[in-house]
Design a protein around this ligand. Structure first.
Ligand code: GTP
Ligand code: MG
Length: 191
């Protein structure tokens, strides 16, 4: 469903984004959670979004067009990032501006490493989205890192934990490496 996605722009701040029209689904999460990899997996394109072993790779708001009225947004990661403080503050600001001011934001995908789910900032972000009436899809990324039984129990636990947010919060396990959870994710994103 996202095969024809193409890159539009990298914006340093929300003022540089395309017109605030149509629908945007944004990918957020801690640095290194696997956001850019997931975008590539979902669009079946190897190098659409730049991935890296170094946390903090995505420093701009990257915009990808799925259809004339639908965009996917690769957001800068939060939390740990090996960059100078001044740079970090600048892109964290663009992240919060985007979340607070973008009217076309209609779905938020929150990516969390399946081995470290629901860290404090993840929870804050989900609470914020629920309060803003934005549907949330939590992806437990790098699911290949756990054995099948552990993966299943972590997913069930995470779904249980997600009830606490009292909002539209769906949880799926995902792996870009093994392609777990791709069709489930597509189904949620196309709702
Ligand atoms: P920032 O842009 O820095 O915030 O990172 P990101 O969230 O975009 O992460 P990215 O997709 O660049 O991936 C970070 C690292 O995790 C890379 O070394 C990827 O190869 C690895 N990775 C991503 N997805 C998976 C996965 O499904 N399984 C495994 N085992 N590794 C993954
Ligand atoms: Mg990235």
């Amino acid at each position: 469903a996202f095969q024809n996605t193409h890159f539009i722009t990298s914006a340093p701040n929300i003022g540089k984004l395309p017109p605030d029209e149509g629908i945007e689904i944004a990918f957020a999460g801690r640095s290194n959670a696997g956001k850019s990899s997931a975008l590539n997996t979902l669009t079946r394109q190897k190098n659409l979004a730049r991935t890296s072993k170094t946390p903090g790779r995505t420093q701009l708001i990257n915009v990808f067009e799925v259809a004339p009225d639908k965009r996917l947004i690769d957001l800068p990661g939060y939390g740990f990032a090996k960059v100078p403080m001044a740079v970090k503050e600048k892109w964290q600001q663009s992240l919060s501006e985007y979340l607070q001011q973008r009217d076309s934001l209609q779905g938020l995908v929150v990516m969390m490493d399946i081995r470290h789910p629901f860290r404090e900032t993840d929870q804050e972000l989900i609470y914020w989205a629920v309060a803003s009436e934005i549907p949330v899809l939590v992806l437990l990324t790098k699911a290949d890192k756990l054995k099948p039984g552990q993966r299943k129990s972590t997913l069930l636990q995470a779904r249980e934990a997600a009830l606490a947010f009292q909002g539209d919060v769906t949880v799926e396990a995902f792996s870009s490496l093994k392609k777990f959870g791709v069709s489930e994710t597509e189904r949620v994103l196309n709702r």
